[in-house]
Structures are given as structure tokens and as C-alpha cells.
Ligand binder design. Structure first.
Ligand SMILES: C[S@@+](CC[C@H](N)C(=O)[O-])C[C@H]1O[C@@H](n2cnc3c(N)ncnc32)[C@H](O)[C@@H]1O
Length: 241
């Protein structure tokens, strides 16, 4: 067991396969909720297991046999958005990625309650997504209320930094797009040129989504509900490949 930060442990899991013992999936776990392992195990059928540090390519068709369209949420938090969208579009397969296990447990519990068949979860870091998924897999990618990393020296950690956006672009189908929402006006203004410099075409750009003509076309996220109830305007854009 490796202690990497005060509150985070990297746990090495051992899985028994037909071939014997196999060491796999390093997962990130925050020591904050009770019975995390039991709660995760109870919803393991919704989890796509990957090695957190050295993920391998995934055959998405084997995860979702029969589906033709795939969408991806990066940093799904407690899952309100992905569960809402998956319920609205049962013919579309959704993968929700989140790097913190204790957070994704809530999302998996939400999906399990409604017994939806078209959503799966993955504990992974956004920086590894092009190692996991084939190019041109997703029709839509969602980045909702990602951490703003306000200090300039941390700009490269923002999920809308051009290095991330260039990688995410590989995952999009030719006519695919990223939908980006944030409460953070500075992050939004920073992100617009990052998208443009990465070769995306921007559409439906709004700095007040809830009072725009596009409001209602997607599901509200947990952070969105929280901020909009406090009167904070929500910024949103679509970025086409
Ligand atoms: C501010 S929360 C927003 C949660 C949710 N999208 C919402 O709008 O309610 C950002 C989430 O992204 C996750 N996250 C941040 N960086 C990530 C990364 N590099 N890879 C995967 N998830 C990440 C965090 O753990 C956190 O749960």
C-alpha cells in the first residue's frame, strides 16, 4: 500500500482468474466514506476495470454489445448528469470517468437504483483516456464543472488546457463534439482560445446558459444545481472537431 497524498491511498487489488492469481487494477481511494470497498463491490457489474497507472486498450463493443453510439463524461462526480442523459437516451451507451473512487461510488449507486443498461463507470485519470479508448470512439464528450486550477502555474492541469483538448479530439468521431459547462468565468475565458488553438469550431457559446435559448437541452449536474441556485451564471459551449 502506497501513501501518495494525505487523503489518498493507491490500493493494489488482487483478482482471481481462471489462470490463477493476477495482480491488476490499481485504484485511487479517498478514505472518507464508510464501507467503500463493500459498496464498490456491490456495483462492480457497472465498473469497467482498468489499471489506474498503466491502462490497456479497451474493446468498447465487448462492454456494450449492440450499441452503435458512445458518449463519454470526464470527471462525472456523483453521476447526476450521466444518469440523467443515459435515461433520456437509452439507445446510446455512456461511459463516465472519475478519478476518485469514493465519488464514483455515489454515481454507480445512482445508476444501479434505476437499473439502466447503457451506462458504465471507470476509475481513471483523464490523462490516460487515449491509452484506453480507440480513436474516433465517441460522438460526444462532456466536461462539466472541471476543477478550475486558478493558479497560472497549474494551468496545464485544467481539463480544457490545449494538451488535454488535443488528446480528447482524437477520441471524437469526425463530426463529434465536446460540450463544456462551468460556473467559473475565468476558466471559461481561458478555455475559449484553448479550444480554438486546438482546432475546434465553437458553437452555441453562452455565458448565461440558464437564460439562453439552449437551456434544457441537457441534464443539470450536481455542481450546476448548486451554483445556479446561488445565482451564479453558467457558461457553456459546444466545441466541434
Ligand atoms: C468539480 S467536480 C464536478 C463534478 C460533476 N461533473 C458536476 O458537475 O457536478 C470535478 C470532478 O472531476 C474529477 N476530476 C478532476 N480531474 C480529473 C481527471 N484528471 N480525471 C478524471 N476525473 C477528474 C474530480 O475528482 C471531481 O469529481
Amino acid at each position: 500500500m502506497l501513501f501518495t497524498r494525505d487523503d489518498v491511498i493507491i490500493v493494489k487489488r488482487t483478482i482471481i482468474t481462471f489462470g490463477g492469481l493476477r495482480s491488476t487494477a490499481e485504484i485511487m481511494r479517498v478514505r472518507k466514506i464508510h464501507n467503500a470497498d463493500e459498496r464498490l463491490d456491490a456495483r462492480r457489474h457497472l465498473l469497467i476495470e482498468t489499471d489506474y497507472r498503466e491502462p490497456e486498450k479497451l474493446d468498447i463493443n465487448s462492454v456494450f454489445p449492440g450499441f452503435k453510439e458512445y458518449r463519454l463524461e470526464i470527471g462525472c462526480g456523483k453521476g447526476a448528469f450521466v444518469c440523467g442523459e443515459a435515461a433520456k437516451y437509452p439507445d446510446v451507451a455512456y461511459i463516465a470517468v472519475e478519478k476518485i473512487t469514493d465519488v464514483i461510488i455515489f454515481a454507480m449507486e445512482k445508476a444501479d437504483e434505476s437499473e439502466m443498461q447503457n451506462v458504465r463507470f471507470m476509475i481513471a485519470d483523464a490523462k490516460n483516456l487515449t491509452k484506453i479508448f480507440e480513436e474516433k470512439t465517441f460522438s460526444e464528450i462532456y466536461i462539466n464543472f472541471c476543477d478550475p486550477w486558478p493558479k497560472k502555474r497549474h494551468a496545464k492541469r485544467r481539463l480544457t488546457n490545449r494538451d488535454f483538448l488535443t488528446e480528447f479530439k482524437k477520441l471524437l468521431k469526425d463530426d463529434g463534439h465536446i460540450a463544456f459547462k462551468t460556473d467559473n468565468a475565468d476558466l471559461f475565458e481561458y478555455s475559449i482560445p484553448e479550444f480554438e488553438e486546438s482546432g475546434y469550431t465553437l458553437k452555441n457559446v453562452t455565458r448565461d446558459y440558464h437564460n439562453s435559448e439552449w437551456f434544457g437541452c441537457d441534464t443539470e449536474t450536481e455542481y450546476e444545481k448548486n451554483f445556479s441556485e446561488k445565482g451564479v451564471p453558467i457558461n457553456r459551449l459546444l466545441a466541434y472537431k
